[in-house]
Design a protein around this ligand. Structure first.
Ligand code: ARG
Length: 458
């Protein structure tokens, strides 16, 4: 059913109907649409704008429609209504008669869709936040387990200094922690109710906007009616938050892909989260991590699309804004899937502790500590740097590590070295001595983990 046939004398072109319609995708927020309508009607009744009988009939009718869509009695298949708003109103009037035609009193589809989208995005923010929390829980469990698992830390993808797996994973905990707090910020800022803004200039009916806002769990009504129907900032902020989550997942995926190679063998992905090759029987590929990395571009695309759609729009509502839905919904589904899959993949990953430790030993990751050893014995740092550089060169030549170089060779380059050098550059010492806040040493990590756990409890 069309909501606007009155001033037209000709039928709408068939392609125009299809081009204009949003029902195929805005049917996704039918529950939010009906919830908003029930709040609106309760308020109309309370304000005596419509009668008590009509109010009750409409609420009952809407609840029936919600239940029937929920359990599949009513579907959207074959419906030729323009959008979810028309669909619900038409069905309501079909079911309860005259009273149904009073539902839209004091309301426009412009403030209605502004409300529906806000309610939907608010729900999605909560769901995304819960999924990020699940990932953070897996991370903190792994951190506890691997507080003494040595591995090399990298810069330029070259081995740099030794650290622990707990410390490396802790870096990702921080990223996802910021993502979660970003979601909370957005939710707080967006949590105002646009219903009552009308088409753009409010209405002459004595609406109680604060009451509707309260019924729908908002912190209050929005302030300016033109802004209320024109604002999609919250959606852009949310897509930005999703883009950052994807960026973090993508970097993590990239590391899992590298760690899973034959050359590194730091991890082995679980069979359930790997795939094979149709021609090469030996292959076990990290497709999930690669897809997460790949899908990141798709989520960025949604962010750039809505930014571009909004940038030229004069106030207030323009139909361009209907384009805020399809790619946004795709980005939301994509990010949620990626969070679920990545979390499960990480939970089931086997870490090769020996390989990680050997790799840390084999890459001169203790060279800085060898230089610091000399500094503590009075050698200026710049000289110590040069001395250890020469020792490293000698080790490369002999294909051994600094730990394996005989003391005589150390002393040939600098007489300052004594037997205690081996203790000073052991992996254990290198990591254990790093106990400043935020460093990988055992005690520093215990503090970090305690604080992460506390954050998750709140
Ligand atoms: N389907 C529309 C949208 O998504 C609903 C609002 C329509 N308003 C209008 N004046 N045509 O934006």
């Amino acid at each position: 059913m069309k909501l606007w046939g009155g001033r037209f004398t000709k039928e709408t072109n068939e392609l125009v109907n299809r081009f204009n319609a949003s029902l195929p995708f805005d049917c996704r927020f039918y529950a939010q649409d009906i919830r908003g309508s029930i709040a609106h009607v309760k308020m109309l009744g309370k304000q005596e704008i419509i009668s008590r009988e009509d109010t009750e009939a409409i609420i009952k009718g809407l609840q029936g429609i919600l239940a029937d869509i929920d359990n599949g009695v009513v579907t959207f298949e074959g419906a030729d209504d323009e959008d979810i708003h028309s669909f619900v109103e038409a069905l309501l009037t079909e079911r309860i008669g005259e009273a149904g035609k009073r539902l839209h009193t004091g309301r426009s589809r412009n403030d209605q869709v502004a409300l529906d989208m806000r309610l939907y995005i608010r729900d999605q923010i909560d769901e995304t936040s819960a999924l990020v929390t699940d990932l953070m829980k897996v991370l903190v469990n792994l951190m506890e387990e691997h507080i003494d698992t040595f591995m090399p830390g990298f810069t330029h993808l070259q081995k740099a200094q030794p650290l622990t797996l707990a410390h490396h994973l802790g870096a990702y905990f921080e990223m996802f922690s910021r993502d979660r707090s970003r979601l909370a910020d957005i939710r707080k800022r967006m949590n105002y109710c646009p219903l009552g803004a009308g088409a753009l200039a409010g209405t002459t009916y004595p609406l109680d906007r604060a009451y509707v806002a309260e019924l729908l769990g908002f912190d209050g009504p929005t302030r300016n009616s033109m802004d209320s129907v024109s604002d999609r900032d919250y959606l852009i902020e949310y897509l930005d938050a999703l883009s950052l989550i994807m960026m973090h997942l993508s970097r993590f995926s990239e590391e899992m892909i590298i760690w899973n190679t034959n050359e590194y063998k730091f991890v082995e992905l679980d069979d359930a989260y790997s795939t094979g090759s149709s021609i090469m029987p030996q292959k076990k590929n990290p497709d999930i991590a690669e897809l997460v990395r790949g899908k990141t571009g798709r989520v960025y695309g949604a962010l750039v699309q809505i930014l571009t759609t909004m940038k030229g729009l004069p106030l207030a509502y323009n139909k361009d804004m209907q384009e805020d839905k399809e790619t946004a919904f795709d980005a939301i589904d994509t990010t949620k899937d990626c969070l679920v899959l990545f979390t499960d993949m990480l939970r089931t990953t086997h870490f090769n502790l020996d390989r990680m430790e050997l790799s840390a030993k084999r890459g001169f990751t203790n060279a800085t500590d060898a230089a610091d050893y000399l500094v503590k014995k009075g050698v200026p740092f710049r000289d110590a740097h040069g001395i250890v550089g020469r020792l490293v060169l000698e080790c490369i030549d002999k294909n051994i590590s600094l730990d394996e170089l005989p003391l005589a060779d150390y002393q040939a380059i600098s007489p300052v070295f004594t037997e205690d050098i081996y203790e000073a550059i052991s992996l254990k010492t290198c990591v254990e001595k790093r106990i400043t806040t935020g460093a990988p040493g055992h005690d520093a990590m215990l503090e970090e983990i305690a604080s992460c756990k506390k954050e998750l409890e709140n």
